[in-house]
Write a protein that binds this ligand. Structure first.
Ligand code: FO1
Length: 448
């Protein structure tokens, strides 16, 4: 049975006969997906058909061909897995606020289930869709182990205030997923032509798809298993060394929902004895990731400096007119044309591969603060570049990461200094102390 605390009703509605829809958006997978499991349970209890609907829009928060290519190829894998359950997969092109309500009335849909997403664009979509419906609408948090609204009822100050709440609730929510029962076979549903769908979108096609990572939930599980068997043990000591490539690289799978964080946590706890590596991985996977959903859900300004703490705003204001030794425009940052070869390497790693090592992301964003004309411009540059080139852009993790680096959220005040004020400072010496910077730069230069 599904823990009822994972589900909340967004809209009351009259009960009627008709198919059930799972409006898939954030969690684009069939297995290990609480929203999918609930939609199947509900439809089968009502002896109704289930239809999965994905509302596909152009230009989602500045996404380019790189992210759409990965996502759409992932969706085609999801469609195949759904066909084994005799569940049709419908893609609606255009603004969901107009496409979804008309689909619902045309097909006499009786219930709507959707997956949780803290981003404001998704909350706007849901509100405007619900305002046009008269059927019941349910939202299921299929992304977090502890449903976001359940883990905490307010914006958490930092990981240390959030961690105890997560740890206390884990025993209740860290349960196994139920097996999915196929539906009786209806008519053969027509498949979507994904290549045509992708080519029909008007996108920024200058950012090329990535080759090193295959989309979809099957590839995601393979990558998870490989990480757990080969890298988990040394994760704690190697995770901050970008040369060792010791991190999981799972974030695009988590972003598009090809992989369930709960699945990853279950696999670790089931197969690996506790050790510093596991604890460090679970801390990132559960506490840090769910803290970023908490931040984006409870802070309406999660992507602007209005969303930072007063101490941080005060200190950045006090240092607004400090002398900048270096000052770069968005174009100079984007083309990796700064004086710092390490920063340029991190930028090139991201533009070439669609990913940047976690430790380098912090350094990268903090230098943008140091070398931009204002903190506002710095945040805008960091978010713009992150969302344009990172495979996992447009994610609560990304917004939270940029706001941590530039606005000090979830961090404390540090020794005051030029430009940063009391925002935590990072510099190249810090990187030189931690790992072989020269080697990292050479590794990036060798990427074609
Ligand atoms: N979600 C949708 O429901 N429809 C889309 O067309 C869509 C496009 C898209 C493109 C890039 C990207 O990174 C995410 C995209 N998403 C889309 C949202 C994604 O599924 C996630 O829900 C959020 O980005 C993370 O919260």
């Amino acid at each position: 049975m599904i823990n009822k605390n994972r589900i909340r009703k967004l809209k009351e509605g009259e009960l009627r006969k008709g198919p059930v829809i799972y409006w898939m958006s954030r969690d684009q997978r069939v297995n290990d997906n609480w929203a999918m499991a609930y939609a199947i349970e509900l439809a089968q209890d009502l002896e109704e058909q289930l239809i999965v609907v994905f509302t596909l829009v152009n230009k989602f928060l500045g996404a380019t061909l790189r992210q759409y290519d990965f996502m759409i190829n992932g969706l085609s894998k999801t469609e195949s897995l759904l066909s084994h359950l005799n569940v049709p997969f419908v893609v609606l092109l255009g603004d969901p606020v107009s496409t979804l309500p008309s689909f619902i009335s045309e097909h006499h849909i009786s219930q709507l289930i959707t997956d949780f997403d803290p981003l404001s664009i998704k909350r706007k979509w849901k509100k405007e869709v619900c305002d046009q419906l008269t059927i019941p609408v349910y939202e299921v948090d299929a992304h977090n182990l502890i449903p976001c609204w359940f883990a905490s009822d307010k914006e958490e100050y930092a990981a240390y205030t959030f961690r105890p709440k997560i740890q206390r609730l884990l025993p209740e929510f860290l349960d196994e997923f139920p097996p999915l029962v196929p539906f009786p076979c209806h008519h053969q549903t027509k498949r979507n032509n994904w290549a045509v769908i992708l080519s029909s979108l008007s996108l920024d096609r200058s950012v090329k798809p990535v080759e090193w990572m295959k989309p979809g939930e099957t590839a995601a599980r393979t990558m998870l298993t490989r990480f757990l068997t080969e890298k988990l043990t040394n994760y704690a000591e190697h995770k901050n060394d970008p040369v060792l490539n010791a991190t999981s690289a799972l974030s695009p799978y988590l972003h598009f929902g090809h992989l369930s964080a709960q699945r990853a946590a279950l696999e670790v706890l089931k197969n690996y004895p506790r050790n510093p590596g596991n604890d460090a991985f679970l801390e990132e996977l559960i506490v840090r990731r769910e803290l970023s959903d908490n931040f984006c859900y409870y802070n309406a300004h999660y992507d602007s400096l209005e969303g930072i703490q007063n101490w941080a705003r005060k200190t950045l204001d006090q240092h607004r007119n400090d002398k900048r030794d270096f000052l770069y425009s968005l174009i100079q940052f984007e083309s990796a044309k700064t004086h710092d070869t390490l920063w340029n390497a991190a930028q090139r790693e991201m533009t070439k591969t669609g990913r940047m090592h976690g430790y380098m992301r912090m350094y990268w964003a903090k230098k943008i603060l140091e070398w931009s004309a204002s903190p506002e411009e710095a945040l805008q540059t960091a978010i713009y570049l992150n969302d344009k080139y990172e495979l996992d852009g447009r994610d609560p993790n990304g917004y939270t990461g940029c706001m941590w680096a530039i606005g000090g959220i979830h961090d404390r005040a540090w020794k005051e200094r030029n430009i940063f004020g009391k925002i935590r400072f990072m510099n190249r010496n810090g990187c030189e102390r931690k790992y072989d910077v020269r080697k990292y730069i050479m590794t990036v230069d060798q990427i074609d």
